[in-house]
Design a protein around this ligand. Structure first.
Ligand code: GCB
Length: 598
């Protein structure tokens, strides 16, 4: 799936800004056909942003169902004869797009782009009414799953088993773009090298009749390789590899020409030449053992919620660099494409995660309900699996060409010990491998599913663990926590002998709370907790990475475990450092992608 771009054959118009906005409180928007006329509402809403924290209105914040966005859009007059498309970079969790009176696209899955060819319903030089209905509902058939409960007085409430607030709306950009009739529809690249010769295998999907050719330019804009055809291999003598911390990008251009040699379409893609492999207990990037440092993150900021903002993104990447982090995980959903593009350009390594979080119905007890069995009809069943397959297919389709992405994480903390887990996960692991044989695949394991109980690790290439010894277990006793952690990590190492990454470890911390003692919630406790984990990681061979939970404090749903959200951030929600940030900076700044010796 190619991101729209402007070039000599394609045009692109950004549709971000203010939209008329109406909340569909009594779910009448579709029956009353709100898309057929101007929305009757005084509210306006900014795109991109979550709408929940924008209005000082509890009913809007808690609304379960559709909200409607609307604006006028003018099609540039020069677009006659082109194919015209509308694209939403995301609509969380379902988007229905109307052009004037007509439904042109519908998509479920809140963190992925979708588009529609609207050539037949719009006209160059004329304007149209764009209406977008966005639904925030999560059910057992969606990824992530959730459940809507109805209170005795008839209010619908959204429940879910994941620890971040269910922000909704148009979180990413909206675009109008043109493509020629003969067009490059998709490109897949896989890179490698032999000695100092790099290879870029490319496969382009071309719509319409034409002759395709490919060329590759280096970072100075000098052409270094060419090939004829819609697929082939480009060879780069004296290749400069894409390395963690030292990104280098070539530019691949695929062109389509007609019989007379006239250019019909072109599309350019940044390409980093690098390899990723698992060998024994090591994780190799370009054949060298790589040690992950960094965080699990969230797309989360005050006011805008999960809305993408380039200013916040750059600031977050600067703070990653400041701590010396070389990687992060897109916990617990795919982030905006701009984030991966930035990581590509700056040599940051990414564990890219689907939105499959909360697939453990035993967690009901933790989130204020009851513990249920997971793999039963009406629970995590065939309907959930169908959406999960869609999530995996879409994340690979969108992100397969990013050199920064080195692992697909297909789920966070699913139930991996209950009967049914293998049956559920085997086809999903196979699907991920089939869609992308070039990258390791993993899932992230929850603390209840210890090596003696866990049933699915052999289906994956890497073992990714979230552990909270010293917080949810052994709270306040880092000595016992250290022993328990080491014992468990050694058991994993013995069981699978695969590379292991700690994808979450962290302690809730109140900024400004200090203590001489091992006092949970204090800044010193958080720093001491992380230190303890690092001592253990440095002693266990198979550990190939550490990603602290979390980069920054973030918003969650209400609950007895959270005071205005999750406070395990090393930075506060407004990105001020806690003491642990300085401790991490001093450890990570000296590592240079290598594990320290114990
Ligand atoms: C976890 C989850 C993460 C939570 C975290 C916590 O295991 O993966 O989403 O936020 O624990 O702080 O409880």
């Amino acid at each position: 799936m190619l991101k729209p771009q402007a070039n000599s054959t394609r045009e692109l118009v950004n549709l971000d800004g203010l939209y008329a906005f109406k909340v569909d409180f009594d779910r009448s928007g579709h029956t009353e056909e709100w898309f057929k006329s101007p929305l009757q509402s005084d509210l306006e809403m900014a795109v991109p942003a979550s709408y929940n924290d924008i209005f000082a209105d509890q009913a809007i914040r808690d609304h379960v169902g559709y909200v409607w966005y609307q604006r006028e859009v003018r099609v540039p007059r020069g677009w006659a004869g082109e194919r015209i498309h509308i694209r939403l970079d995301s609509a969380t969790h379902e988007g229905m797009v109307y052009v004037n009176d007509q439904l042109v696209a519908q998509h479920v899955g809140g963190y992925m782009p979708f588009s529609a060819d609207i050539t037949d319903v719009v006209e160059a030089g004329r304007s149209f009414r764009l209406t977008i209905a966005v639904n925030n509902e999560l059910t057992r058939a969606t990824i992530p799953p959730g459940k809507i409960v109805v209170t005795e007085d008839g209010r619908r409430q959204q429940t879910y088993l994941h620890d971040f607030y269910n922000y909704a709306g148009l979180h990413r950009s909206v675009w109008l773009y043109s493509t020629p009739a003969t067009a490059v529809e998709d490109i897949t690249v896989v890179t490698g090298y032999d000695g100092d010769t790099g290879t870029v295998d490319y496969v382009a999907v071309v719509l319409g009749e034409g002759r395709a050719r490919a060329s590759l330019r280096n970072a100075d804009g000098v052409e270094v390789a060419t090939a004829e055809g819609a697929s082939g291999t480009l060879s780069i003598p004296g290749v400069v590899l894409w390395q963690p911390g030292a990104a280098y990008l070539y530019e691949l251009t695929v062109e389509v020409l007609d019989d007379g040699g006239t250019l019909r379409d072109e599309y350019s893609l940044p390409v980093g030449v690098r390899t990723v492999e698992v060998e024994g207990k090591q994780f190799l990037i370009n054949g060298e053992p790589f040690y992950f440092t960094g965080f699990g993150m969230h797309e989360d900021h005050s006011s805008i919620g999960k809305g993408h903002s380039n200013a916040h993104m750059v600031n977050d990447f600067q703070l990653l660099a400041w701590t010396g982090a070389n990687s992060f995980r897109t916990s617990h959903y795919p982030y905006a494409e701009e984030v991966l593009e930035y990581a590509d350009r700056h040599g940051i390594v990414v564990i890219n995660e689907t939105p499959a979080v909360g697939l453990h119905l035993g967690f009901g007890a933790v989130f204020g309900g009851i513990a249920e069995k997971t793999y039963v009809d009406g629970g995590i069943d065939g309907n959930t699996a169908a959406s999960h397959r869609q999530s995996i297919s879409e994340i690979v389709a969108r992100d397969k060409n990013h050199p920064s992405v080195v692992i697909w994480s297909i789920a966070n903390e699913p139930n991996a010990s209950e009967e049914g887990a293998r049956e559920y996960f085997r086809p999903l692991a196979e699907l991920a491998r089939e869609l992308d044989p070039s990258r390791p695949v993993g899932y992230v394991n929850v603390m209840f599913d210890t090596p003696d109980k866990e049933l699915i690790g052999d289906l994956f290439d890497v073992i990714m663990l979230n552990r909270y010894y010293g917080w949810y277990l052994n709270n306040g006793d880092l000595q016992s926590a250290e022993q328990a952690l080491e014992k468990e990590l050694r058991a994993w190492e013995t069981k699978y002998g695969k590379p292991m990454i700690m994808t979450e470890y962290g302690a809730d911390t109140m900024p400004g709370l200090h203590s001489l003692y091992a006092q949970p919630w204090s800044e010193e406790y958080q720093a001491g907790f992380l230190d303890m984990y690092h001592r253990v990681f440095d002693r266990v061979d198979a550990m190939v990475g550490e990603q602290v939970w979390n980069f920054a404090d973030f918003q969650t749903s209400n609950g007895i475990m959270r005071v205005d959200g999750n406070k395990k951030g090393v930075f506060t929600r407004d990105r001020r450092p806690k003491a642990a940030a300085f401790a991490l900076r001093s450890r990570w700044s000296t590592l240079n992608n290598r594990k320290p010796k114990a």
